[in-house]
Design a binder for this molecule. Structure first.
Ligand code: MN3
Length: 199
């Protein structure tokens, strides 16, 4: 059984003007698809072809012989999680346990946004910024390349892709503007709440 590209949870033009249909057509249709194609080529006719994606990620983490599998499997998972971290007419304020968890960990939503932005902008080169749950508390982290919270004992709640391909067509080199727009107009707090409730 081959790995498959999960459907995008909205139309490719649904996040415009914040993320254009052009960006999504490349980012989802070409980059995300390429990770799926690459992983299928790497695991073809091996027992790894039949494993759940998360199992393959955890098994290959830190194994120098499986770095290609880890990178492509991780990027499949990360991108699916990123698409779900956004929604049309997103942003706004979280409620319930997410709101109280953010207040407890960061002081306020504004303070959270400031620290998340600083972390996302501060990731040198390609990678991801995350809101995670670790030991019962919310925390902001960043990871390089395909690295991800599940191999660090953390539960991912929200992510932003800060590889240049995520924003260059719409924002050129202005990563801070992309991150600010993500926080103000795209974040899917319902997805964060669902992840927190399931953790
Ligand atoms: Mn990407």
């Amino acid at each position: 059984m081959a790995f498959e590209l999960p459907p995008l949870p909205y139309a490719q033009d649904a996040l415009a003007p914040y993320i254009s249909a052009n960006t999504l057509s490349f980012h989802y249709g070409k980059h995300h698809q390429a990770y799926v194609t690459n992983l299928n080529n790497l695991v073809k006719d091996t027992p790894n072809a039949d494993k759940p994606l998360e199992e393959l990620i955890k098994e290959s983490a830190g194994d120098a012989a499986k770095v290609g599998i880890f990178n492509n499997a991780g990027q499949i998972w990360n991108h699916t999680f990123f698409w779900n971290s956004m929604k049309p007419a997103g942003g706004g304020k979280p409620t319930g346990d997410v709101a109280s968890g953010i207040d407890k960990a960061f002081g306020s939503l504004d303070a959270f946004k400031e620290e998340f932005k600083k972390t996302a902008v501060g990731q040198f080169g390609s990678g991801w910024a995350w809101l995670v749950l670790e030991n019962g508390a919310l925390k902001i982290t960043k990871t390089p390349n395909a690295d991800l919270p599940m191999v660090h004992g953390q539960t991912a709640l929200l992510t932003i892709d800060v590889w240049e391909h995520a924003y260059y067509l719409d924002y050129q080199n202005r990563r801070p503007d992309f991150v600010q727009t993500f926080l103000d107009s795209l974040v899917n707090w319902d997805f964060v709440a669902k992840n927190l409730a399931a953790a």
